[in-house]
Design a protein. Structure first.
Length: 682
């Protein structure tokens, strides 16, 4: 296991180096720091620096005394995601088996909007002019095998050099089963193309589905040089401040910087994944076991479902229209955050987002040059936000917020400023509630039995309103909602995965053969984790069988513990749960997947330092809009609410990193861990 080294303090004593969790969001960069005993020593938020995210990270690190740095650095980042969405990746080429040059262009024939005659598929990350065919064929059938044409590969290399290609994706037809030809191609590319990244489909996604495998490998090749450069700069900046750098992956596990540089596609949902882990860790005091986590920051709104406090995992993420078929927490993201800009469209309808003011210039109330109204401006005008945030470090200007709303929303719609602000909040709430319905009702989950975990800087402002909208009765607000993603990094394990295609009838494959595959993959995963600093003794392995009905394209992931009959039974139960029926037909075992985890952080949420409750300054109140008028509303300080405390709404609960709105008809209590649990009374 990676240790936590001590360092000499300025006075000659030993000062323990802290482990740092830093999550870079679209608006704020969040930092949490804890010691080896699990005590949270620092937590802060600073504005993100979009031009160079590492600058914002260093600004956050400046809040930590230099003598306390030097431990592990755990990082959630949107660098890879932004490179995909903004098309700022490397100039990438794709090498395929002859006859498959158009694999990315053809894609799948499904249409997200069936009746839209004008819909166009997103442009592939690799243009057709940079897709090259190679004579080769790996196959279990000897009659169709063809050796790799190495001279042809070298001809392609010369063409790649002429076209200044920076990265190459290699996706040969049956490489999921036989990877030798891809390895030979890589050897030639590495020897003849210096400083060009190579991604092999047999490494990135050894899966039978050729389009998804090609798309995922192309995405990895496209963003890997960007991620490698970013992590290189970050590592250099942290040379004296961190013993090792780990990055959050989409699957909720950490990977070393070296691993992520090669497998950058694993990070496309890096930031939201950390938030889900941190949010679920705050639910121990709730009687609920199934939750929707909602993470509302300045730019986006992320929704995830968890069952028995385990987040759902998907292998079918879609980023900007391209499938990314690596395991990822099942997160639905909307362009709705505190910085989402309100505007009136050409038809006279009020819209909110997806464009965000971000941190630069930020909402109008930040007084940093922003002139367009945002959700934060509306909350400020309605009294839901105080005039100062981040412990007084960020002063908000209510007059600037009112002027922005009046100019861009109220006047065009013929409304007063307060009614316009109400409309902004209602519109963004409706959009977020629609997304929550998609993750609950639309998937057969009854929201009345779910709890909601609300976090992010803006999540607690809207959580109770959203719970009412989907008929949910309980909301959990973590103890530090604005830093939940950073805290989630503390609770994540290092995670690696290996898979092997099987493509055999389930009832014919045999338990022994399946166990042999599990054992072989388990050894590879253990070796992978050793490269990431996890000792073999600390590795915990689990298996999954990917199964479908015979002839069916889509598979279900079923836990595998060595008994394929149990897998068959579990598959049919799961199929009934998801689709409402099962069939007495043969099953196909597509693949066996082995996942290994090794903990380097904490097993329980960080503990806040002990001490007496902060001294109160008496009962405070301010005018807050509820229903159809402003009402005098109690303002409570979160630091004064100790475990066991109870209060009734309407109330505003303030803390440096977030503000919680508790409407009339709701009541709150603080659980033994310091988390706030709010219930709807009727």
């Amino acid at each position: 296991m990676v240790g936590h080294p001590g360092r000499r303090g300025a006075r000659g004593g030993v000062t323990e180096s802290l482990t740092l969790g830093v999550d870079t969001g679209g608006t704020f960069t969040d930092l949490a720091a804890w010691d080896s005993g699990g005590v949270l020593r620092h937590a802060t938020k600073v504005p993100t620096t979009p031009a160079d995210p590492s600058a914002g990270i260093l600004n956050a690190l400046d809040t930590i005394p230099a003598e306390q740095r030097g431990g592990l650095f755990l990082h959630g980042t949107t660098t890879g995601t932004n490179a995909l969405l903004e098309r700022r990746g490397a100039r990438t080429a794709l090498l395929v088996t002859r006859g498959f040059r158009d694999v990315l262009e053809l894609a799948r024939q499904n249409r997200p909007n069936l009746y839209d005659w004008f819909e166009r598929k997103p442009e592939p990350l690799v243009p057709r002019g940079l897709c090259f065919e190679i004579d080769e064929r790996s196959s279990p059938h000897e009659s169709v095998r063809r050796p790799l044409n190495e001279d042809q590969v070298r001809d392609v290399v010369r063409e790649l050099r002429k076209r200044s290609v920076e990265s190459v994706a290699v996706c040969l037809l049956h490489a999921y089963e036989e990877r030798a030809n891809e390895q030979e191609v890589k050897a030639i590319l590495d020897s003849e193309l210096k400083n060009v990244h190579t991604s092999l489909s047999s490494d990135v996604l050894p899966d039978i589905m050729e389009y998804e495998r090609a798309s995922t490998t192309a995405a990895n090749a496209y963003i890997a040089p960007v991620m490698e450069a970013y992590l290189g700069r970050l590592g250099e900046a942290l040379r004296d401040s961190a013993s090792a750098v780990y990055v959050m992956q989409s699957n909720g596990g950490l990977g070393s910087a070296a691993t992520i540089s090669r497998r950058a596609v694993q990070t496309v949902l890096s930031g939201p994944a950390a938030g889900v882990i941190g949010g679920l860790a705050s639910t121990a005091g709730s009687d609920k076991t199934d939750f929707l986590t909602i993470d509302m920051g300045g730019t986006s709104f992320d929704i995830a479902y968890s069952e028995k406090r385990e987040p759902a995992v998907s292998r079918d993420s879609l980023i900007d229209g391209s499938p990314i078929a690596v395991p990822a927490l099942d997160i639905h993201t909307l362009g709705a955050g505190g910085g989402s800009i309100a505007w009136v469209d050409s038809g006279g309808a009020l819209r909110v987002g997806p464009e965000s003011a971000g941190s630069d210039p930020g909402p109008a109330c930040y007084r940093q040059g922003g002139e367009r109204p945002t959700v934060s401006d509306a909350n400020l005008v309605l009294g839901r936000l105080a005039s100062d945030l981040l412990g007084g470090r960020l002063q908000l200007d209510v007059d600037a917020a009112r002027k922005a709303i009046e100019r861009h929303v109220a006047k065009p719609l013929g409304l007063g400023v307060v009614d316009a602000a109400r409309g902004i909040v209602q519109v963004v709430n409706a959009a977020m509630a629609k997304g929550m319905h998609l993750m609950s009702v639309a998937r057969g989950r009854d929201p009345r039995r779910l709890g909601i975990v609300g976090f992010g800087g803006a999540g607690p402002l809207h959580a109770c309103d959203l719970a009412t909208a989907i008929d949910c009765r309980e909301v959990v607000i973590p103890i530090l909602p604005g830093n939940t993603s950073a805290i989630g990094l503390a609770l994540a394990s290092v995670r690696r995965e290996r898979s092997e295609a099987v493509l055999a009838p389930l009832d014919e494959f045999g338990d022994r053969a399946a166990s042999d595959v599990f054992e072989r993959l388990g050894g590879q995963v253990t070796d992978d984790l050793a490269e990431d600093g996890v000792s073999p003794e600390a590795v915990v392995l689990s298996g999954t069988a990917r199964v479908s009905y015979e002839g069916q394209r889509y598979q279900l992931d079923i836990p595998f513990r060595g008994d394929l009959k149990a897998v068959s039974h579990a598959f049919r139960e799961r199929h009934v749960q998801i689709y409402g029926y099962t069939r007495d037909e043969p099953l196909t075992l597509f693949a066996i997947v082995v996942t290994g985890v090794g903990r380097i952080g904490l097993s329980d949420p960080p503990i806040l330092p002990g001490g007496d409750a902060a001294a109160g300054d008496g009962e405070r109140s301010r005018e807050v809009w509820f229903g159809d008028a402003f009402h005098p509303t109690r303002v409570l300080q979160r630091s004064e609410l100790q475990p066991g405390a109870e209060f009734a709404g309407a109330a505003i609960v303030e803390q440096p990193d977030a503000t919680t709105v508790v409407p009339p008809g709701w009541s709150g209590r603080v659980d033994p861990h310091g988390n706030l649990i709010v219930h709807r009374l009727s």
